[in-house]
Design a protein around this ligand. Structure first.
Ligand code: SF4
Length: 228
């Protein structure tokens, strides 16, 4: 039976408890060795899988080792170097422009504030949150990617719809010490069990508290529509 706990606080606490047990090693799955590589990897990962990004960055990070390298890059060549990444032409433009800004305004370093990061080409709040958390140990918010968006709605943690509003809503109810790990836990669960189209509710550790469980709910709260 999928019956959520009475309060949102209790539901969040129970979800966190169970997912911490289930995924004790949940962590970021992009490969990087410094802040610039992290920033580049996260920009490339928008609407692309982390696996594909890791394949491409294995060579990319050998060739481009500084912000100046991206700034000086030939944009077409850079697009070729990231071929296979979704929207590779656009992202080549972002990386070049980002390199130029880092060189011109930040001595080639990756800045450590939300405002400075979101001023860079191709960097929105989600990307900036990841870079702040993993590059600078600054946790200013909750990273809401497609998995977090889907699972937080399915599990009744929020009824908001856009990533920005979901983030603000979750920040009200999730303890700050769990902001960073919540993302990794929900991503792990999304990948392992709670797939977008065909979640395996029978194998889910949250089934009894999930109001979207296919076992007894006709509706997927992530979309608000009937399960197909
Ligand atoms: S797998 Fe099913 S029961 Fe588990 S969180 Fe997803 S929708 Fe809910």
């Amino acid at each position: 039976m999928g019956t959520p706990l009475e309060s949102r606080d209790a539901q969040v606490a129970e979800v966190l408890d169970r997912l911490y047990d289930e995924y004790p090693d949940a962590a970021i799955s992009l490969n990087y060795t410094n802040r610039l590589e992290l920033l580049v990897a996260v920009v490339l990962s928008a609407q692309c899988t982390d696996e594909r990004v890791n394949e491409v960055t294995a060579d990319l990070f050998e060739k481009y080792t500084s912000a100046a390298d991206y700034a000086a890059a030939d944009e077409e060549e850079l697009a070729d170097d990231i071929y296979g990444i979704t929207f590779h032409n656009n992202k080549a433009g972002y990386l070049k422009s980002m390199g130029e800004t880092l060189v011109a305004e930040h001595d080639g370093e990756v800045p450590d504030t939300m405002t400075e990061l979101t001023d860079l080409s191709g960097v929105g709040r989600k990307t900036a949150n990841v870079v702040l958390q993993h590059g600078h140990d600054v946790v200013e918010g909750i990273v809401v990617d497609t998995h977090v968006q889907r699972l937080s709605r399915r599990l009744g943690l929020t009824t908001e719809e856009t990533p920005e509003r979901i983030e603000a809503d979750l920040m009200d109810v999730v303890p700050e010490s769990d902001w960073q790990q919540l993302t990794h836990l929900l991503i792990s669960h999304g990948r392992a069990v709670c797939d977008a189209r065909n979640p395996d509710c029978g194998e889910c550790v949250l089934e009894d508290i999930c109001p979207s469980s296919k076992r007894d709910s006709a509706v997927d709260l992530a979309s608000g529509e009937a399960w197909t």
